[in-house]
Write a protein that binds this ligand. Structure first.
Ligand SMILES: Cc1ncc(COP(=O)(O)O)c(C=O)c1O
Length: 370
């Protein structure tokens, strides 16, 4: 071919999402399948969102508001921060890539992250052709902030910390995070990815990353409407950062990156905090149910502050994943998440959790073929 595809792009692993329900139904001839694989919110958005979407449907002939004015105003009011410090994206996934675009230059510097980590960080570094320093999590599956601070060098441009972390659900505490940030040179931007913020908020010493942005540190906080707000399908994430970083993201982004339905939904969703709190409480009950049942089966789990939990199986995860699939339950095999011998289970509705546990107990009783 006369054209050249960039080699660093060809080296990227294509994203492998949780198996879709329809695909499992088709492949296995099943009619009733539950998906607990992508950390989605099984309770869905507030009813106010549905009403707002119906109203917004009447304006689909028009381009969305490129400035996201109403969403920024609602977020600003909710969190007490000005619009110049808020960027919006087509999911926080887009914001991760935008940050790489504005902070990384081809082949130069490096990015520090945990191992295993949310896969999109490495993808963003890969598109920019920038080296990744992956620092193993500590033995409690938390970010090893001491080792990460040591991995940061004069070439480091970006550090990614998901808090709570995906795929483990663990979190780093406020004081540890502050000490870590204190150790970093000014040349480094730390991304605190708080996709699961609402689930961790108020638990123990779980920090609110916005505090560090307010202090004027080189911190970008990412949050999303995909999880606790139940709007993963609409794609809307947001960043809190210094005005210079927000300005650069605004210049680099596609002008209409957040569609008008997502904008209308976000404003309505933010106005119904009772719905969010109810979902968070139900999530916590589901999480505890899974943790207790696993303990009764003699299995260990990783303590989670998110809407999913990792269960250690004490045997290869692949066959367990397959046997669960045959019973119409989709989870994530730890083998693809860097957690061999484990599965990651998203917390479903009360019924979905029972359905998973029934299938799981059945599968773990039999010697599944390797
Ligand atoms: C840690 C983390 N960050 C970001 C995302 C992406 O979220 P969004 O739907 O806002 O793109 C996810 C999704 O699972 C995640 O787990």
């Amino acid at each position: 071919m006369p054209y050249r595809l960039r080699e660093n792009v060809l080296r990227l692993a294509p994203y492998s999402p949780g198996k879709p329900i329809d695909e499992v139904k088709r492949e296995l001839g099943l009619t009733d399948v539950v998906k607990l694989a992508s950390n989605e919110n099984p309770f869905g958005p507030s009813p106010r969102v549905t009403e707002a979407l119906a109203r917004a449907a009447g304006t689909l002939n028009l381009y969305p508001d490129a400035s996201g004015h109403a969403v920024k105003e609602a977020l600003g009011r909710h969190y007490g921060i000005g619009p110049a410090q808020i960027a919006l994206g087509n999911g926080s996934d887009e914001l991760i890539h935008l940050l790489a675009l504005i902070l990384l230059e081809g082949g130069l510097g490096n990015v520090v992250l945990g191992s295993p980590s949310f896969v999109r960080y490495e993808a963003a570094a890969g598109v920019a052709d920038v080296a990744v320093k992956a620092v193993p999590l500590d033995r409690d599956y938390r970010h090893d902030l001491g080792a990460m601070a040591q991995a940061v060098d004069a070439e480091t441009r970006l550090v990614f910390i998901a808090n709570p972390h995906n795929p483990t659900g663990t979190a780093v505490g406020r004081d540890d995070l502050r000490r870590f940030l204190d150790r970093l040179p000014d040349t480094v931007v730390t991304v605190l990815d708080e996709a699961y913020f609402e689930y961790g908020r108020g638990v123990g010493d779980y920090p609110d990353g916005l505090e560090f942005v307010r202090e004027g540190r080189n911190v970008v906080v990412l949050r999303t409407f995909s999880k606790a707000y139940g709007l993963a399908g609409l794609r809307l994430g947001y960043a809190f950062a210094g005005p210079d970083i927000v300005d650069a993201m605004d210049r680099a982004r596609e002008p209409f990156n957040v569609n008008s339905l997502a904008q209308a939904a976000a404003v309505a969703a933010l106005a119904d905090q009772a719905h969010v709190e109810d979902g968070v409480a139900r999530n916590s009950a589901g999480l505890q149910r899974i943790e207790r049942a696993a303990a009764q089966m003699g299995l260990r789990t990783i303590p989670s502050l998110a809407n999913f939990v990792v269960v250690h199986l004490g045997r290869p995860a692949g066959p367990v994943f397959q046997e669960l699939l045959k019973r119409g339950v989709i989870v994530r095999s730890g083998e693809v998440l860097g957690l061999p011998g484990s599965i990651r289970v998203s917390v479903g509705t009360e019924d979905e959790v029972e359905r998973f546990l029934q299938a799981f107990e059945e599968v773990m009783k039999v010697e599944v073929p390797a």
